[in-house]
Design a protein around this ligand. Structure first.
Ligand SMILES: [Zn+2]
Length: 277
């Protein structure tokens, strides 16, 4: 699933394509994308809207229109966007929607597993919608170690599960949670509420370090993730732990182990990240 660095990379590539453009025509070929709303109705509503900004909150892409309306896109497992500058899109059985812009380019949405969503919101609806779903942005100035500590202190669950909660840290998913915990040298099964102040500081630094590195590398290219211009990210070549079971820890050489936490495959170094230090 695309996480903060992947969605941010998609956002930065889409921004120059979309901002200032009018949506001339919109075709939505999948009722799951817009449910509970009819895809033809959503497509008709989008026609004629002009894009004023492309933003991101957590794993959500936010396409703002001059009218104040917003198209909120979540790529979920396998959603991706592809831009065809001259309107010549390749054949694709997994294409779910096409947006034709007033400069002749097309933006296609593809989704193999069809968990992605497009939600059209009226002016004023975005903030209340995100408020209950998305917590603080981990790279924003407001995300301090103190803020993180407050959010962890109330939770008796496994640290990894708490870090994955989008209301605790927006945009962190399975990859960057494991990478951040490795940087912080914290075991994924530690009880979140039990972290010392120093450990919270280390986790705060680890989260930012993992996410910034992901953005620098244009995200991780796994399975169906691709950038709107067809390029790929390179973060997958530099994972510290994610997907590396049996391979040597890049810090101490101990083989990386894999366990399950909160139903998710979880990779960690049993020496650097001890459960009871
Ligand atoms: Zn290690």
């Amino acid at each position: 699933m695309p996480e903060l660095p992947e969605v941010e990379t998609v956002r930065s590539r889409l921004e120059p394509v979309l901002v200032g453009r009018e949506l001339r025509d919109v075709e939505i070929a999948d009722s799951r994308l817009t449910r509970p709303f009819e895809p033809a109705e959503v497509a008709a509503e989008l026609r004629g809207e002009r894009v004023s900004a492309v933003e991101r909150r957590g794993k959500y892409l936010i396409v703002r229109f001059e009218t104040g309306r917003v198209l909120l896109i979540h790529l979920r497992m396998t959603g991706s966007l592809l831009v065809a500058r001259r309107g010549e899109l390749p054949e694709d059985p997994y294409r779910r929607a096409v947006v034709k812009l007033d400069d002749g380019s097309d933006v296609a949405y593809r989704d193999v597993r069809r968990f992605g969503t497009w939600l059209l919101l009226e002016p004023g609806e975005l903030e209340p919608y995100l408020l209950t779903r998305v917590g603080v942005e981990p790279l924003a100035p407001g995300f301090t170690a103190r803020v993180l500590g407050e959010r962890l202190r109330r939770r008796r669950a496994a640290l990894k599960a708490v870090v994955l909660d989008q209301r605790v840290v927006a945009g962190v998913g399975n990859i960057y949670a494991d990478e951040a915990l490795w940087y912080a040298q914290l075991h994924p099964l530690r009880t979140a509420a039990d972290l010392t102040d120093d450990e919270v500081q280390a986790l705060h630094r680890g989260l930012r370090r993992a996410l910034r590195k992901g953005i620098e590398r244009q995200g991780a290219t796994l399975r169906d993730y691709a950038l709107p211009d067809g390029e790929t990210g390179s973060m997958q070549d530099e994972f510290m732990v994610y997907g590396r079971d049996g391979e040597p820890c890049r810090r101490c050489g101990t083989p990386i182990e894999k366990i399950r936490v909160a139903g998710r495959g979880t990779w960690f170094c049993p020496l650097c990240q001890r459960q009871a230090p």
